[in-house]
Design a protein around this ligand. Structure first.
Ligand code: 6GU
Length: 252
């Protein structure tokens, strides 16, 4: 899977993602990452990529031309790569914007099925709408707060998408057995020592009784989801034992 990021801060993208699990995936050739500097495509003699907004108002707007030319260079590169295999599919282009659809785990799975993904990071007050209308296929936000630019959101998305690419995670950690998959949050984890600053590991986890451990973990997931994510809890499929546990604990 190939990620292309159009940005004014390519170092931020590359330095952030060359680390840890995504870094290893790049090293192993499971994913590739190219951060392309939009400023390299400006035709302005002072290398400006922004200008004042028509209609007035605060801030600056990124101009259409450098963004368009930057995109075209990426599109051409992908076209050439696809020529041998007779594929002729335009890549999805994701614009990172607080006005987009909120990113979630299902979107991460869907995007992971693509061969190429192009991300467009905005800065200033926005990007000229004309170039957005020409090239963008998906408008995506990562949550209800405002950031200074699209770089961190692009990195968040690339991390979440990469986890769904075969070989990126260890085989024993499946991307699908984790939080969100059955609308439940993960249960708490413990490791050695058995006692830390006087606090013991929950007895059941030392018992070796697999059914009891599974039940305890499920109950913990239920409590966590109920307390932290009431919106998700509504979609949890509860069985008889779940209901009994919730009743006994005055939940629901
Ligand atoms: Cl994608 N961009 C910016 N600037 N802020 C955000 C965001 C994106 N998602 C949440 N906040």
């Amino acid at each position: 899977m190939n990620f292309y990021v159009m940005t004014l801060f390519p170092d931020m993208i590359v330095n952030g993602l060359n680390t840890s699990i995504t870094g290893r995936a790049i090293e192993n050739g499971l994913i590739s990452l190219e951060a392309v500097n939009i400023r390299d495509y400006t035709l302005d003699k002072h290398n400006h990529v922004d200008d004042y907004p028509y209609g007035g108002g605060a801030g600056m707007v990124m101009q259409a031309q450098p963004v368009y030319d930057c995109y075209k260079s990426i599109e051409n590169k992908i076209k050439k790569q696809n020529e041998q295999s007779h594929i002729n599919k335009k890549p999805r282009v994701i614009f990172l914007t607080p006005t987009g659809k909120t990113f979630n785990q299902q979107m991460a799975r869907d995007f992971a099925a693509e061969e190429n993904l192009v991300f467009l990071c905005g800065h200033y007050e926005g990007i000229d709408q004309r170039v957005l209308d020409m090239i963008v296929t998906d408008n995506v936000s990562i949550g209800d707060y405002v950031l200074t630019g699209g770089e961190l959101p692009a990195m968040v998305m690339i991390d979440a998408i990469s986890r769904h690419v075969k070989g990126v995670l260890n085989n024993d950690i499946s991307a699908e057995t984790e939080s969100f998959t059955d609308n439940l949050l993960e249960y708490p984890q413990y490791t050695r020592p058995e006692e830390f600053m006087g606090v013991k590991v929950p007895e059941v986890l030392l018992s070796g009784h697999h059914a009891n451990i599974e039940r305890w973990r499920r109950n913990q997931s239920l409590i966590r989801t109920y307390e932290n994510r009431p919106d998700m809890f509504e979609n949890v499929e509860l069985d008889k034992k779940d209901r009994k546990f919730l009743m006994e604990n005055n939940i629901k």
